[in-house]
Design a binder for this molecule. Structure first.
Ligand code: ADP
Ligand code: MG
Length: 252
């Protein structure tokens, strides 16, 4: 079986300082992979290089065996890789539902033009988007809030909304950058339940998260980054005991 994602020797420099140094990872279809590591260890940079938001200086990213290195983000998203960002960015005047539609339009480079001319295909895709939005609202538990401006949402609800935006296009591979950061234990449980449901529906998930309990419980495999290098990659119970991880990550 070919890996769904192959990251091969990824290296990225910022002003001569390396953020990633030859990171190599294969992710098989259906895997639940956690990525942990201290702040600044390269987790977000790894995601940015996979999703086309950054161009690596060396190395390649293969998706379903095809080279996607350096493709523009919307092409990579359309190919089936969804992601969330560490910082929640929303448009204050727009509603919850607007945001879900926006997530679709952002990925369809020509979608807005098609809407303007009201082509039948655009109408059809709009109907599909409505149906999908209803599904996603149910999944992330925001159906009752769909017509509210996002300013009415709590921080936790906004985190759920950006998760909903990331799954609108039914990504095959979902990259989540700290989806539980700063939210209360109830929302953490909600996020975990959503991720389990997505996994059951066939999604492959890579989870960057500081909540170690959540990562260790949820993931079948945990990768540890330190200073842009992989220092451990294995089942949670193995990684938890790894002396290099204890040293680097927990500082003892
Ligand atoms: P993490 O997500 O693990 O906290 P990052 O990938 O954000 O780590 O950062 C890795 C390193 O790269 C850090 O030293 C950070 O300061 C640096 N870095 C990340 N993004 C940029 C950028 N856009 N410009 C300059 N340096 C950056
Ligand atoms: Mg980060």
């Amino acid at each position: 079986m070919i890996p769904l994602l192959r990251v091969d020797g990824l290296t990225k420099y910022f002003y001569g300082v390396s953020a990633l140094q030859g990171v190599t990872v294969d992710v098989m279809p259906g895997e639940l992979v956690g990525v942990i590591g201290p702040n600044g260890s390269g987790k977000t940079t790894l995601f940015d290089c996979i999703t086309g938001h950054l161009r690596p200086d060396r190395g390649r990213v293969l998706y379903r065996g095809g080279d996607i290195t350096g493709l523009p983000p919307h092409r990579i998203a359309l190919a089936g890789i969804g992601r969330t960002f560490q910082a929640v960015r929303v448009f204050p005047r727009l509603t919850v539902l607007d945001h879900l539609f926006l997530a679709v339009q952002e990925m369809q480079g020509d979608g807005i033009v098609a809407r303007l001319v009201r082509a039948p295909a655009a109408r059809r895709s709009e109907e599909e988007a409505w149906a999908r939005a209803a599904e996603v609202l149910g999944l992330v538990g925001l159906r009752e809030l769909e017509n509210l401006p996002v300013t009415h949402l709590s921080y936790g609800q906004r985190k759920l909304l950006v998760l909903g935006m990331a799954i609108m296009m039914r990504p095959v591979l979902l990259l989540l950058d700290e989806p539980m950061a700063g939210v209360n234990p109830v929302v953490i449980e909600t996020v975990m339940a959503i991720l389990r449901a997505l996994h059951q529906q066939g999604a492959t998930i890579i989870l960057v998260e500081h909540n170690l309990r959540a990562v260790m419980n949820f993931c079948q495999r945990v990768i540890v980054l330190e200073s842009g290098r992989t220092i451990a990659d294995g089942p949670p119970e193995e990684v938890r005991r790894n002396p290099r991880v204890l040293e680097a990550y927990f500082g003892h």
